[in-house]
Design a protein around this ligand. Structure first.
Ligand code: ADP
Length: 255
């Protein structure tokens, strides 16, 4: 496949912050060619779970694995090098670089020094291999912003910056793509374009995990929805099953 996803497995993951048990033993499986959406009311533990998968926090208990590699004892850089890629709610793209340069810098996920070199345009970064250019073309095409390759990255409208974030993740051929509220603040057209890109990544074989407040978007995109409440699994199922789940509808949406 063009985007070879891996299986992300979360088993019994628990995390407390002081006396606050943010995650109480959560299970989740995300597979290639599928979009898995993580939903739940504010404070239910979605961001904490993403942070644990990325190695920002250590787990108190449980296993996090990408294919058969266990991640739960690794720090963020090591996790990134195994192929976990994540977009952030606030795109963190440095000033003064073009869209293409920003995408190319994505190759260095998990390699801190080289990201800095990229930003400073040090020699090693300027020495671009031919294959890298082709890779950049491929992901710019995949997210549909190739025509903007020479634009200044931070000057793009939010919708296109979010697509750029996705492209930066894709260039490292991630085993799993974690999208954190990627649609927030976008207008309807931008959301539709983003949805199209996510479908394309999924259909190309990618493993996609989506944390998203836009419930319509979740319903239209997700193959499986995992609903958390109070740090625990509340429900899991297809969009249709979740829509028919009274507890989810009342706790999450207040319907
Ligand atoms: P969600 O993303 O679903 O809104 P969070 O994962 O942000 O939920 O929060 C889950 C719980 O963990 C909340 O009670 C929150 O206050 C707590 N929490 C999250 N991160 C931290 C942290 N770094 N320090 C202390 N408490 C935290």
């Amino acid at each position: 496949p063009a985007v070879p996803g891996k299986v992300l497995r979360v088993e019994g993951v628990a995390k407390a912050f002081g006396g606050n048990q943010a995650l109480k033993g959560v299970d989740l499986v995300a597979s290639p060619g599928r979009v898995t959406a993580l939903i739940g009311p504010n404070g239910s533990g979605k961001t904490t779970l993403l942070n644990m998968i990325c190695g920002f926090y250590r787990t108190d208990a449980g296993v996090i694995a990408l294919d058969d590699k266990q991640l739960q004892r690794m720090g963020p850089d090591a996790v990134a090098r195994t192929g976990v890629a994540r977009t952030f709610q606030t795109p963190n793209i440095p000033e003064g670089i073009t869209v293409r340069e920003a995408v190319m810098a994505g190759r260095y996920a998990g390699h801190r020094a080289t990201v800095l070199e990229a930003v400073l345009r040090l020699p090693r970064y300027r020495k671009v291999r031919k294959g890298d250019l082709a890779e950049a073309d491929r992901v710019l095409d995949l997210v549909g912003i190739r025509h903007l390759e020479n634009a200044e990255a931070t000057a793009l409208p939010l919708g296109q910056r979010r697509l750029l974030e996705v492209a930066r993740c894709l260039i490292s051929n991630p085993g799993v793509l974690l999208l954190d509220e990627t649609a927030s603040g976008l207008d309807e057209d931008e959301v539709e374009r983003l949805a199209e890109v996510i479908r394309r990544v999924r259909d190309a074989g990618g493993t996609v995990v989506l944390v998203e407040h836009n419930f319509q978007l979740v319903l239209s995109l997700a193959d499986e929805i995992v609903a958390l409440a109070h740090g625990e699994l509340m429900a899991k199922g297809t969009p249709e099953e979740i829509q028919n789940n009274e507890r989810v509808m009342s706790e999450y949406l207040g319907i």
